[in-house]
Design a protein around this ligand. Structure first.
Ligand code: B3K
Ligand code: ZN
Length: 850
C-alpha cells in the first residue's frame, strides 16, 4: 500500500482526547463562497487521557483568527489541523474561519445543492467546517446561530430565537460533531405532529424544494409508524420538541441521522404513485425508519471510535429489518435481505475487499461504510438474538440503553450486556466481529435405527491479512420433514462451535428430508449435495418460507451450473416446481414473484468461481436467457390467468399486499413478453397509472429489444422530474444488450440531462452499466474503459462516490486472463492518476493487492 499505508489508522492505537467539552457555540454567516464560521468551545482537561499536544482537526479552512480565554493566539496550522499551547486547567477556545460551500463538490462538510446550504459530517466532515476534535468520543451540547436571508434556517435540537435574517438552535443532548447539521434554503415544510407515549408533543416537518410538497405524505406516515414502533418494540421515545427531515438532491448516500435534523437524499424520501415504484416506497419507509432509529442506536449511544461503526450500523439495520418485517411480511423481507446480503456482502467477503465487521485499520473511514459493517453487522445481531432467545434479547437491549445512554461505546460494551443478562460466555461469538470471510458449512447425513444424524463441518477461507481462521459459533436452525411432506421435527436451533460437529434426532419412522439453515440463521455458504427432486420437494413442502424459496433458488442455480458446465438442458423438475408454485393460490403473490425470479448474473459468476470454474459472463447471460425462455414456454398456459388474477383494482396503494400482486404481475409480464414479443407489455405501458407498472412494462420491452417509442414517450413525460429521469438513465444502461451496453452508456453520458456532478444521476447511469454484468464484462473491454474514464473524472470533484463505485472492479480475479488483464490495466490507470484522492487510492490499491 506504499503511500497510503503510511496514513493507516489502527484500532489498537486508540487513546482518549486530551480534553472534555462543556459546550459549543457556533455562528454561521452564510455566503456561497465566503461563509464565516465563528466557534466558542469550552474545554477542560480529560483526567483519563494520556499526555498529548492539543490538536484540533481542520481541513480546507481559511484561518481568520483564534483566541484562548480572549487572548489572540498564533497556532501552528497544517493541512490536517491546528496545534497550540493551552493552559493547564479549563479554558475557552474561539476561532473564526472562512469556507466556500458553493465550490465544495465533494459533498462533505457544508456545501450547496440547488441554492440550498446543507451539511454532511459523518464520518469526518465537521473538520471542513471549523477547527474541532472531530472524533465520535468527544461529545458536547451545541448552540448554533445561522445568519442568512434564506427563509428556512435549521440546525440540530430545539428552536431558539429567530428573527429577520437569523435563527438559533439549541441541542440539549451531548453529541459528537459527526451528528452536527445545518440547512438553509427556500424550502416548503410538510408538517404534522406526534405525541409520544409519555404525552410529549413533537412537531414533525419534511422540508422540500417547491414542487415536491405533494411527495411528502408517505414519508411522514413512515416517520410516525417508526416512532410508534420504536416505542412499542424497543421502549424508545423521541427526546426533542421537533424532528425535521430535509430532502437534498445532491447527496453521496441515502440519508443521515443528524440529531433532530435528518438529511435525506431526495430519492430516499420523496414518493408518489406516479413517480415511485413499490420498491421505492418500501425503501423509503425502511430508510426513514433506519435514520429515526439511530436517534437511540447511534445518537444517544454513539461509537467510541470509527472502528466501532457496526455498533450503530449493524444494530440499526437489524432494527429497520425487523420494522419492515412487522409492517409488511417477515418471510418476504428475509428473502429480500438474504438476496442483498449475498449480492453485496458475500461478494465483498469473498474478494480483495474482505474485512471484519469491526475492521482493525483503515486509511479513509468513508471506505468502510460497507455491506460487511452494515449487513453482516445486522446478521451478527440476528444470530445473537437467536442464540439467547427473544426475551433475553429484549432484556439485554434494555440494559444496553440503561447502562450506556450518553456513552461513546464499543463492541465489548455491547457484548457485555448480553453476557451480564444471560450469563453466557460470548468470547467465541465475539470472533464474528474480528474474523473476516464467509464460512463454508458442509453437511452429510446418516440414518440408522430411527436415529437421524447431521454431520457438519465448517471452514472459512483465508481473506486479505487473515490467513488462519477459527471455527465460528453458528446457530443452525433445522427442521425435518417426512417423505409425505409432513413436518416431523419443528424448527430447532443447533449451536455449532467446533470445526466438526454432529447432531442427532431419534424416534423417526423413516429417513427424513432435512430443512437446514431455516430463515438463513447464519451468514454462511451451505454446501450440501442434493438432488433436483429433493429440492423440488422442499420447494413444495417446506414450512419455513425462507427455505422453501431457497430450495427453488438452489434448484435454479444447479440447473444453470449444469447448463454452463455440462451443456445440460433445462431441468424439468425446476419447470414443474415453478408451475406448482404459480398454481398454489394459497401462496403470497410476493413470494411467488420471488420464486419466479432467477439468480443474478453476478451470483452465477461467483457460484461458478466457487465451484472451480472460470465464469464466462456472456455464457452466463445466454444461459439465463435460455432458462427464462424455457420457463415462459413451460408456463405459457398459466401466465395469462395469473396476470389477470393479480390485477389490483382501485386507486394505487403502496401496501404490501397490493405491491406483492404487482410484483407477481411484473414477473409474469417478463415471461409473457418472451412469448408475445412485448404486446402485453406495450398494453400495460399504455394503460399504467403508476410508476411500478409503467417501469415494469418499459423494462420488459427493452429486454425483448423493443420499446424505443416508449423510451421517447417516457422521456417527454418525465423530463421535468429528476428522480424519474434517473430511472430512465439507469434502465437503458442496465438493460442494454451486452454488446451495446458500453456504447449505450457512453451515449447517455452525452445526453443534455446527464449531470455527472449529481451522484444520483452518475450512479444511475454508470451503476446501470456495472450492474449489467455481461455488458460491463464485454470481451472488448469497452465497459471497463468507460467506467475508468468516468471514475478518473469524478474523483477530482467527488472522492467518496468515486471510491464507492470503483468496487465494480473488485471481482476482477474471478475472470479469464484477458478480462483480468483488462481490469488490472484500468485499475492501474486509475491508481496512477495524478492527485488521486486518498479514498479512491485506498480502494483501487486494496482491490489490486487483496
Ligand atoms: N450514518 C450514515 C452514513 C454516513 C456515511 C458516511 N460516508 C447513514 C446511515 O447509515 O444511516
Ligand atoms: Zn445507519
Amino acid at each position: 500500500m506504499s503511500d497510503a499505508a503510511e496514513n493507516k489508522i489502527y484500532l489498537a492505537d486508540y487513546q482518549e482526547f486530551s480534553h472534555l467539552i462543556d459546550g459549543v457555540e457556533l455562528t454561521f454567516a452564510l455566503a456561497p463562497t465566503a461563509t464565516r464560521v465563528k466557534s466558542k468551545i469550552k474545554f477542560r482537561p480529560n483526567p483519563n487521557a494520556p499526555a498529548q499536544p492539543f490538536f484540533l482537526h481542520g481541513e480546507n479552512l481559511k484561518f481568520i483568527s483564534a483566541k484562548i480565554n480572549g487572548q489572540e493566539i498564533s497556532p501552528t496550522l497544517t493541512d490536517t489541523g491546528l496545534t497550540t499551547d493551552v493552559p493547564d486547567g479549563a479554558f475557552e477556545f474561539e476561532a473564526e474561519v472562512e469556507i466556500s460551500p458553493e465550490t465544495n463538490t465533494a459533498l462533505e462538510g457544508l456545501y450547496m445543492s440547488n441554492g440550498m446550504y446543507c451539511t454532511q459530517c459523518e464520518a469526518e466532515g465537521f473538520r471542513k467546517i471549523t477547527y474541532y476534535p472531530d472524533r465520535p468520543d468527544v461529545m458536547a451540547t451545541f448552540k448554533v446561530r445561522v445568519e442568512s436571508d434564506l427563509p428556512v434556517l435549521l440546525s440540530n435540537g430545539n428552536p431558539g430565537d429567530a428573527g429577520d435574517g437569523f435563527a438559533e438552535w439549541h441541542d440539549p443532548w451531548p453529541k459528537p460533531a459527526y451528528l452536527f447539521a445545518l440547512v438553509a434554503g427556500d424550502l416548503i415544510a410538510h408538517s404534522d405532529n406526534f405525541t409520544t407515549r409519555s404525552g410529549k408533543d413533537v412537531a414533525l416537518n419534511i422540508y422540500v424544494r417547491k414542487g415536491d410538497e405533494d411527495k411528502c405524505a408517505f414519508g411522514m406516515g413512515a416517520l410516525k409508524r417508526s416512532m410508534t414502533w420504536d416505542e412499542q418494540v424497543y421502549g424508545r421515545e423521541y427526546d426533542l420538541d421537533i424532528f425535521n427531515i430535509v430532502a437534498v438532491d445532491d447527496f453521496n448516500m441515502g440519508a443521515m441521522e443528524n440529531k433532530g435534523l435528518n438529511i435525506f437524499n431526495s430519492s430516499c424520501v420523496l414518493a408518489s404513485p406516479e413517480t415511485s415504484t413499490d420498491a421505492n416506497f418500501e425503501r423509503i419507509e425502511g430508510i426513514i425508519a433506519h435514520e429515526y432509529f439511530h436517534n437511540w442506536t447511534g445518537n444517544r449511544i454513539t461509537c467510541r471510535d470509527w472502528f466501532q461503526l457496526c455498533l450503530k450500523e449493524g444494530l440499526t439495520v437489524f432494527r429497520d429489518q425487523q420494522f419492515t418485517g412487522d409492517m409488511r411480511s417477515h418471510a418476504v423481507k428475509r428473502i429480500d435481505d438474504v438476496i442483498t446480503l449475498r449480492a453485496r456482502q458475500f461478494r465483498e467477503d469473498n474478494g480483495p475487499l474482505a474485512h471484519p465487521v469491526r475492521p482493525e485499520s483503515f486509511v479513509e473511514i468513508n471506505n468502510f461504510y460497507t455491506a460487511t459493517v452494515y449487513d453482516k453487522g445486522a446478521e451478527v445481531i440476528g444470530m445473537l438474538k437467536r442464540l439467547v432467545g427473544d426475551d433475553a434479547y429484549a432484556k439485554a437491549l434494555d440494559l444496553y440503553f440503561e447502562r450506556h445512554d450518553g456513552d461513546a461505546a464499543t463492541i465489548e460494551d455491547w457484548l457485555k450486556v448480553f453476557e451480564d443478562t444471560t450469563g453466557r460466555d460470548l468470547s467465541q461469538f465475539a470472533q464474528w466481529y474480528s474474523q473476516a470471510g464467509t464460512p463454508r458449512l458442509s453437511v452429510s447425513e446418516e440414518f440408522a435405527d430411527g436415529t437421524y444424524t447431521l454431520h457438519f463441518k465448517q471452514h472459512t477461507p483465508p481473506t486479505p491479512g487473515q490467513s488462519a481462521k477459527k471455527p465460528q459459533v453458528l446457530p443452525i436452525a433445522v427442521g425435518l420433514l417426512n417423505p409425505n411432506g409432513d413436518e416431523v421435527q419443528a424448527t430447532t436451533v443447533l449451536e455449532m462451535t467446533e470445526s466438526e460437529q454432529s447432531f442427532s434426532f431419534s424416534g423417526l419412522a423413516a429417513k427424513p428430508i432435512p430443512s437446514i439453515l431455516r430463515e438463513f440463521s447464519a451468514p454462511v455458504i451451505l454446501e450440501r449435495e442434493s438432488t433436483p427432486s429433493e429440492r423440488a420437494f422442499l420447494l413444495a413442502h417446506d414450512t419455513d418460507p425462507f427455505n422453501k424459496w431457497e430450495a427453488g433458488r438452489a434448484l435454479a442455480k444447479q440447473t444453470l451450473v449444469d447448463m454452463l458446465t455440462n451443456d445440460a438442458t433445462v431441468n424439468t423438475d425446476l419447470l414443474n416446481a415453478l408451475a406448482a408454485v404459480l398454481r398454489d393460490d394459497a401462496l403470497d403473490p410476493a413470494f411467488q414473484a420471488l420464486a419466479l425470479a432467477l439468480p443474478s448474473q453476478d451470483d452465477m459468476a461467483q457460484t461458478l468461481f466457487d465451484a472451480g470454474h472460470t465464469p464466462d459472463p456472456s455464457a452466463i447471460y445466454t444461459a439465463l436467457e435460455t432458462l427464462a425462455q424455457s420457463i415462459a414456454q413451460h408456463l405459457q398456459d398459466l401466465l395469462p390467468r395469473i396476470y389477470a388474477a393479480n390485477h389490483v383494482e382501485g386507486p394505487f396503494s403502496p401496501d404490501a399486499t397490493s405491491a406483492g400482486k404487482r410484483a407477481l404481475q411484473g414477473a409474469v409480464l417478463g415471461l409473457l413478453s418472451r412469448l408475445d414479443g412485448g404486446d402485453q407489455a406495450r398494453a400495460q405501458y399504455a394503460s399504467a397509472d403508476n410508476m411500478t407498472q409503467q417501469l415494469q412494462a418499459l423494462a420488459c420491452l427493452l429486454r425483448v429489444d423493443r420499446g424505443q417509442a416508449e423510451l421517447k414517450q417516457f422521456e417527454a413525460q418525465w423530463s421535468h422530474d429528476r428522480l424519474v429521469m434517473d430511472k430512465w438513465f439507469g434502465l437503458q444502461s442496465g438493460l442494454a444488450a451486452p454488446e451495446k451496453a458500453a456504447s449505450v452508456t457512453a451515449a447517455l453520458t452525452e445526453h443534455a440531462a446527464f449531470d455527472w456532478k449529481n451522484p444520483n444521476r452518475f450512479r444511475a447511469t454508470l451503476g446501470g452499466l456495472t450492474g449489467n454484468a455481461a455488458g460491463f464484462h464485454a470481451a472488448n473491454g469497452e465497459g471497463y474503459k468507460l467506467l475508468a474514464d468516468w471514475l478518473i473524472k469524478l474523483d477530482a470533484i467527488n472522492p467518496q462516490t468515486t471510491a464507492r463505485m470503483s468496487t465494480a472492479f473488485d471481482s476482477w480475479r474471478r475472470y479469464d486472463a484477458d478480462r483480468q488483464g483488462q481490469m488490472r490495466d484500468q485499475l492501474k490507470r486509475i491508481q496512477g492518476t495524478a492527485n488521486l484522492s486518498r479514498d479512491t487510492l485506498e480502494m483501487v490499491t486494496r482491490i489490486l493487492e487483496g
